[in-house]
Design a protein around this ligand. Structure first.
Ligand code: C2E
Ligand code: MG
Ligand code: MG
Ligand code: MG
Length: 274
């Protein structure tokens, strides 16, 4: 269409739009080289049991440190990686690195805890996810029960029935599954019923807004109750304050993840907190 309209088309593209396209192109080009240049690193954020206050899991969160562009948030580059298909090799690197790391910590004598890894819908649509996960568990010697895979509510809701099938196969492998950002998407309860998940993660937006008697509080309570009724574990994300901790303690949420206890940290720091 732009050819038909001729040169005038270009005047419709403002300098700001050109700048944006240019930036996105640069980012994409850099992203293509990031893996081979070793620019990714994983940080780990502890998940704490509400009843024992002990660390029961770690979530692996990817960081991209590019020499020219600086630190780039996963919220920026993960969507780009999904669009370009780069999420496949990047996601594989994340899985391998996280599994190798948690196994290494177990061998060092750290308590045996779970490692949670975020997966994108694109990875679930890839045919060999099951064999990839199985292969990595074999290679690293990590017992399947220590690996947890997180899928966002919107991906779980969007996905065709194929996704449900893959989730069942992954469960059979022995890994656990959790639904990330629960409450932010639009999954129906009948959908939730068909998913073989172990845990739901209450989306941060509700945690953020919790104060006595308001709607976020009502929603958070309802999600905890839903989890209990479905015999699922439930964890609250983005917990930053003592009063939020108290809330989740009172309403018997199983676990908490958030800056109140720990921020995501590099591997070298994790060893020091046990
Ligand atoms: P997520 O999986 O929901 O991860 C939680 C995000 O909340 C992380 O942001 C974490 O640093 C942040 N967070 C945790 N506690 C608090 C808190 O108390 N306050 C606040 N303000 N934030 C908190 P991060 O690391 O920037 O990651 C953003 C998102 O990027 C993740 O959301 C996840 O969807 C995606 N992501 C990160 N790593 C990966 C990965 O390896 N693969 C894929 N596919 N996605 C990833
Ligand atoms: Mg997550
Ligand atoms: Mg989340
Ligand atoms: Mg998220």
């Amino acid at each position: 269409a732009s050819k038909e309209k001729g040169k005038n088309q270009y005047t419709l593209c403002s300098p700001a739009m050109k700048e944006e396209v240019l930036q996105k192109t640069q980012l994409t080009n850099s992203l293509y080289r990031a893996l081979e240049r070793n620019e990714f690193v994983l940080h780990y954020q502890p998940q704490v049991s509400v009843s024992t206050q002990e660390i029961v899991g770690l979530e692996a969160l990817i960081r991209w440190n590019n020499p020219e562009l600086g630190m780039i948030s996963p919220a920026t580059f993960i969507p780009l990686a999904e669009q370009t298909g780069l999420i496949i090799p990047i996601g594989q690197w994340v899985l391998e690195t996280a599994c190798r790391q948690i196994k290494e910590w177990q061998v060092m004598g750290l308590p045996p805890i779970r490692m949670a890894v975020n997966l994108s819908l694109v990875q679930f649509q890839e045919r060999n996810l099951l064999s990839l996960v199985g292969g990595i568990l074999n290679e690293t010697g990590l017992e399947a029960k220590y690996l947890e895979l997180e899928i966002t509510e919107s991906a779980a809701a969007d996905g065709e029935d194929d996704i449900v099938h893959v989730l069942h196969e992954l469960k059979e492998l022995g890994v656990s599954l959790s639904i990330d950002d629960f409450g932010s998407g639009y999954s129906s309860l009948s959908r939730l019923k068909t998913l073989p998940v172990d845990r739901i993660k209450i989306d941060m937006q509700f945690v953020r807004g919790i104060s006595t008697g308001n709607k976020d509080e009502a929603i958070a309570k309802t999600i905890i109750q839903l989890a209990k009724n479905l015999e699922l574990q439930v964890i609250a994300e983005g917990v930053e304050t003592a009063s939020q901790v108290e809330f989740f303690n009172t309403y018997k949420c199983d676990e908490i993840q958030g800056y109140y206890f720990y921020k995501p940290m590099p591997a070298s720091e994790v060893e020091g907190i046990f």
